[in-house]
Design a protein around this ligand. Structure first.
Ligand SMILES: Nc1ncnc2c1ncn2[C@@H]1O[C@H](COP(=O)(O)OP(=O)(O)O)[C@@H](O)[C@H]1O
Ligand SMILES: [Mg+2]
Length: 306
């Protein structure tokens, strides 16, 4: 990475269309060194497309900026050398062993001390026991660790991880996130896409995209605060029937089932408080709660204007 840049990713106005449909619309993003930055949003929102533009696999139609201090439009080859990109479907050779996969990738990167590097990364990722196994026989969690090992082998400064934990069990997800934070602690910057709210909460900062547009960004707390959404948890009998009724009430802009309670949210304090008072009269237990990221994201997705 060039020494002079304050931000590992610093891009402005990034735009991309496919077949005249804008899939990434005028997106600005700044990410600092050592930050774990979460990228969230419904399927088809342009997350993968954006990652591919950052690492030089795809050229934006508009916009400019730097990644690792290199110009994203003119220095794509330099960027590729310093990035580790874990694609949405892990790109591993199923009929090669763990060792062979890593050897193959190291040859692509023309790593000189291959054997030593592979040994080190295998130890680091706890893959020793599996190194002679064919990838197709590994569990999802181990495939994921191998995929991470593969994108770390050339010593990148930036990791782009595209839904790295999709379909992986909770224990492996937790271990994976520990690993990510350890890497960030060593100064590696991580941009990661996810659909899991617990993972969103583990990111230093977040951006939320819907259908190509960046709807909000900041720390988890900032994102919740900026949304300015008031939420109550309602519990009592027959909540499903209640939720149908509540949909007709003015002021309740969103109803989400959360376990044994309904979360109702809205932005107009007076209106929603009037609803809550009525519910209390009808013997429902109503508790004001802090809106969580999921409340906010669902709200924003349904109303892109905010
Ligand atoms: N190479 C491509 N050609 C045409 N359309 C594409 C291509 N890649 C992605 N898209 C479209 O762009 C939109 C955004 O896709 P994607 O970036 O994969 O979103 P996400 O990763 O957020 O699910 C989708 O509508 C998708 O169908
Ligand atoms: Mg994607």
């Amino acid at each position: 990475m060039k020494k002079s840049c304050n931000f590992v990713i610093d891009v402005k106005g990034i735009t991309k269309s496919f077949d005249k449909k804008i899939v990434v619309n005028n997106l600005d993003l700044k990410v600092k060194k050592g930050e774990v930055y979460g990228f969230l949003g419904p399927n088809g929102s342009g997350k993968t497309t954006f990652l591919r533009m950052l690492c030089g696999l795809l050229t934006p139609d508009g916009g400019s900026g730097t990644c690792l201090g290199y110009d994203i439009l003119h220095e794509q080859e330099k960027i590729k050398n310093e990035i580790g990109y874990m694609t949405q479907k892990f790109s591993l050779y199923q009929d090669l062993t763990v060792d062979e996969n890593l050897d193959f990738i190291s040859r692509i990167y023309r790593i000189t001390n291959r054997k030593e590097r592979i040994k080190r990364i295998i130890t680091r990722m706890g893959l020793e026991e599996y190194k002679k196994q064919l990838v197709k026989n590994l569990s999802g969690g181990w495939k994921q660790r191998l995929a991470l090992a593969a994108c770390l082998i050339h010593g990148p400064n930036l990791l782009l991880l595209d839904e790295p934990t999709a379909g992986v069990d909770p224990r492996s997800r937790r271990d994976f996130w520990e690993e990510i934070h350890q890497l960030a602690g060593q100064g590696i910057t991580v941009l990661v896409t996810t659909h899991y709210m617990d993972e969103a909460e583990r990111c230093h900062r977040l951006a939320y995209l819907a259908y190509g547009n960046l709807l909000t960004s900041g720390t988890g707390d900032e994102v919740v605060r900026h949304a300015n959404l008031m939420t109550w948890a309602i519990s009592g009998d027959n909540l499903y029937a209640l939720s149908v009724q509540l949909k007709k009430m003015k002021g309740i802009e969103q109803i989400v089932v959360f376990g044994s309670a309904l979360h109702i949210s809205g932005k107009d304090g007076a209106l929603i408080e009037a609803c809550v008072q009525k519910l209390v009269k009808d013997n429902y237990k109503c508790e004001r709660v802090l809106s969580n990221l999921e409340d906010v994201f669902i709200y924003l997705t349904d109303r892109p204007g905010g």
